[in-house]
Design a protein around this ligand. Sequence first.
Ligand code: HEM
Length: 482
Amino acid sequence: MECYYCVYLMGIIVLLMSWWFVKEKNENSKRNMKVPKGNSGWPLLGETLDFIASGYTSRPLSFMENRKSIYGNVFKTSILGSSVIVSTDPEVNKVILQNQGNIFVPAYPKSIRELMGEHSILQMNGNIHKKMHSLIACFLKSPQLKARITSDIEHSVKQCLASWTHKTIYIQDEVKKITFTILIKVLMSVGPGEDLELLKREFGEFIKGLICLPIKFPGTRLYKSLKAKERMMKMVRRIVEERRNVMMNNNNGAVNDVVDLLLRDKGEFSHSSSSLVIEMISQNIIEMIIPGEETLPTAMTLSLKFLSDSPLALSKLMEENMELKKKKMDSSYDYTWTDYMSLPFTQNVISETLRMANIVNGIWRKAVKDVEIKGYLIPKDWSVMASLTSVHLDEKNYENPFKFDPWRWEKIGVVASSNCFTPFGSGHRLCPGLELSRLELSIFLHHLVTTYSWVAERDEIVYFPTVKMKKKLPIRVQPINT
Ligand code: HEM
């Protein structure tokens, strides 16, 4: 009898072991077969040095191109401390960015995660994120906001341009004065003055810690950045509190900025105490400065760089904008936001700038489960980077991709859903500042080319850690006689 039980037990164990063995073998072979090919480089360093070095050359794509030619459009590498699957394929990128079924979550470096609160829109996921995103996107692209903010943008642009004559100016720094003022106005209606200066100063200190070693004690970069955030929080908290008090007396006022918007629709914070609501809204406001503060001024700077190198495009842009200026002067009506957005060549210059500038060169995500896209397996917990630059500068997608050619858009048309043109990302996290950015760029270009001619000094674009001009693009401007 005992012998019978032993054989029985052995049988079960053998069965279980064979099942486990077959399962493991299948999973391993699934992983081995389909995880994209690639090289993990040196221990710890991976291929980071190669990646950074290519960012400092005039061919930032060389890192991607070399690997693409050996391993194909989707490959494996190890950069900035993590194993990552890089996609240069527009269809694979689309699936990653669409994120059906919440398979991918944002994957930011540790220093960025430390600086952003867990309630930041950049770190939220699932339904909470969906709700917050659509709330902010609807507000930022609303015709009411655009109508209201147009004269503020005009004012800010004209004021800045007026200070440019008779000296060399550094475009990269100058345009920040325009975009920061507008961003803060949109977020919390703070105009020029002490509060704006404090925010400018402290945000400059805060942002320095976004890419740094994640070590936090007095004296370290991360610590200084967190301290700057505390100082900003104190000011923003005061504004949110004041606004909340006004709103308690009258809840039917207009929504003028993102503070109003979040206070009105507390959403995920609705069950939290009043002080927690103020805390979370204040944090969100500060964290929303991050994606808008650097991107738009870089787009303005690079538009000027590309135009300086393309006299034909500049002359056509000027002709189109002069026509509008003349029309407005003859009619003596103010400009509306639709006037600025109605100029087709100007919109093509903006699209071409965004395609070539690649201000956000790639979008990082982490897979929360195994996922197969177009035959490639992305295993759970792996990072994945959808390279936008590779798609925007691929000759399969754009003829003569390194040439600044706004006319190409007359044939292509600005197809918002195109997989091959995603400077603002796509899917659930499509940039909510897209339309506002295009409007600001249009107003900036209009007043620039109808007021000044300029001579730009020779300068180069650097692509690491973010896209910038090596010498901040020095130019000298000359008023034109209109
Ligand atoms: C030329 C200018 C800009 C470019 C190229 C740009 C690009 C992008 C991209 C590619 C993303 C998607 C990131 C991802 O999928 O993880 C994004 C997200 C975002 N952008 Fe922009 N952006 C620009 C301007 C702005 C401005 C002016 C604002 C603020 C008013 C803004 C606010 C945001 C926010 C809040 C998100 C996060 C959305 C979310 O995760 O749901 N951006 N941006």
